[in-house]
Design a protein around this ligand. Structure first.
Ligand code: ZN
Length: 510
């Protein structure tokens, strides 16, 4: 779909706003909230997504935290925000970066040559062995030395204590490769003990009981081990434990502490004690450019920021672009954890947008009130009202919608954990579209919402323009409604009195 057509969808969606969203005839800080909302166009959001694609193309196909592609994304967003009148803060934080630069290899060189199947860095298949996350790099050929193995395996998991004690390495010949068995202590302890004993590499194989035989895809928890460390299946480990075995193993990794940044934009306007916050993660995964996940949410929030930056609002708007979401909500967790309690208390609500243009989309609203009765419970009081605002928006434009579990698996997690009402929209990831959803939204049942989720093909071609425009209208509406609301969602001391005096008003839509 061409951008002109996209724009017309956004316009018609926004113009259909219910009367309840328009401001009553009183001193209004802006000319018209409706015109504000309609000034936000999907073509602008699409241009930001194209810019993020260009950034990925110029930086090895990724915008992941700790890479140049992320820094360029950060600078792009920060530059646009400054131009649009926002006060921009870059919030640095450190994290454990890991990247497997090339597919590992492992072969037995004695007694008889045998090549083992690797697990490629993108995890698209699982071989006989897999590089442990935070493994060091190396190219080693050496004799294998068994370290306190329990073969056959003991009757219960963690019968083996292989490599857990320094004493296990008494008599270990420096330069040999340590063969270790899963059990009792962490992979990190086993690998560190092996390295301390002079091992040139370590192979840790699964312990061998039922359910503990597959190729180990483990992590060392963080940087520090410099020798190659790979996990293997029980069968491979048992095979390698034979006397007279030598192995050639190669890993190529980057494992180190790096600094990344949240981008936080504050409006110059609005009551600083009533902060309305929006957020989207800006980082992609390493294997791809992340244009739907989450160039889409990043671009929508940026488009809204450009429309609202120079306009006075009643409440204070703050918008964040998080880093490290893909590594476990690192940026949003750091932000919430490091905000003083009095500042945190001023954040009245948080709206999260992570994947809002999936190619085989459903229009999902975070189930803040647990009305779907599935998975996680309801969010903090007020989350229900945010959900209802989005529902009412889509109802008003006669657009179907459904729910998605409020499970905290994106950057709103740390906010709801801190008791802040939250909500958001989502068009689906690796989950499979149901027949019912295909009836509601079109597209293909039985296929993933985003068949390129976390892959190299999550490009600008992986974006549904209609979903983008529909969600942009909904998000712009929520941003404007809450920017001017006198009665924000959730429990507030003065709410009841105000409600009695001035209903219906913006933000009282229920
Ligand atoms: Zn995401």
């Amino acid at each position: 779909m061409r951008s002109g057509v996209i724009r017309s969808i956004a316009l018609s969606a926004a113009l259909a706003l219910p009367l309840a969203y328009t401001h009553p005839a009183q001193a209004d800080p802006v000319p018209s909230q409706k015109s504000l909302i309609t000034s936000v166009g999907a073509s602008a959001a699409k241009r930001h997504m194209q810019a993020l694609q260009d950034i990925a193309n110029a930086n090895g196909g990724t915008r992941a935290a700790g890479t140049p592609g992320f820094l360029a994304s950060r600078d792009y967003v920060a530059g646009k925000l400054k131009k649009a009148g926002w006060n921009v803060t870059l919030q640095p934080f450190d994290f454990a970066f890991f990247k497997e630069n090339a597919t590992a290899s492992m072969e037995r060189t004695a007694p008889a040559p045998k090549v083992y199947a690797p697990t490629p860095p993108d995890g698209s298949s699982v071989g006989d062995f897999a590089t442990m996350t935070y493994s060091g790099s190396g190219n080693v050929t050496a004799a294998l030395q068994n370290v306190d193995l329990m073969l056959p395996p003991g009757p219960t998991p963690s019968s083996s204590t292989s490599g857990c004690e320094a004493a296990d390495f008494a008599g270990f010949v420096p330069g040999n490769i340590a063969l270790l068995q899963r059990g009792t202590c962490t992979f990190a302890v086993k690998a560190q003990n092996a390295q301390a004993a002079g091992a040139s590499a370590a192979i840790i194989f699964n312990e061998g009981q039922p359910g503990r035989t597959a190729t180990l895809q483990g992590t060392l928890g963080g940087p520090g081990v410099t020798i190659p460390v790979v996990g293997a299946s029980f069968d491979v480990g048992q095979e390698l434990s034979a006397a007279g075995t030598a192995v050639h193993v190669v890993t190529n990794t980057t494992s180190e502490i790096r600094t990344t940044y949240n981008v936080v934009a504050d409006s110059k306007y609005g009551d600083p004690n009533k902060v309305v916050m929006l957020g989207a993660h800006l980082d992609s995964v390493l294997p791809g450019p992340g244009i739907n996940d989450n160039g889409s949410g990043s671009a929508v929030d940026l488009t809204i920021a450009e429309a609202l930056g120079k306009i006075p609002t009643r409440n204070h708007l703050r918008i964040a672009w998080w880093s490290g979401e893909e590594l476990g909500l690192l940026g949003s967790t750091f932000y919430v954890a490091n905000l003083p309690a009095d500042q945190l208390a001023k954040i009245k609500l948080y709206l999260n947008f992570d994947m809002v243009a999936s190619p085989n989309y459903a229009l999902k609203i975070y189930d803040g009130d647990d009305s779907d009765n599935t998975g996680a419970p309801a969010g903090p009081a007020g989350s229900d009202e945010i959900e209802k605002l989005f529902e009412k928006y889509f109802d008003t434009i006669h657009q179907a919608h459904n729910g998605t579990d409020f499970d905290g698996r994106s950057d709103y997690g740390p906010f709801i954990a801190a008791g802040i009402p939250a909500g958001g929209l989502f068009t689906g990831a690796e989950g499979i579209k149901t027949a019912e959803e295909a009836t509601l939204f079109g597209g293909t049942a039985g296929v993933a919402y985003d068949h390129c989720y976390h892959q190299a093909c999550d490009t600008i071609a992986n974006v549904n323009d209609k979903a983008l425009a529909l969600n942009l209208g909904a998000i712009a509406t929520a941003a404007v409604v809450y920017a001017y609301a006198t009665d924000l969602p959730g429990p507030a001391a003065a709410t009841t009195a105000r409600k009695a005096a001035a209903a219906p008003e913006i933000g009282t839509v229920r």
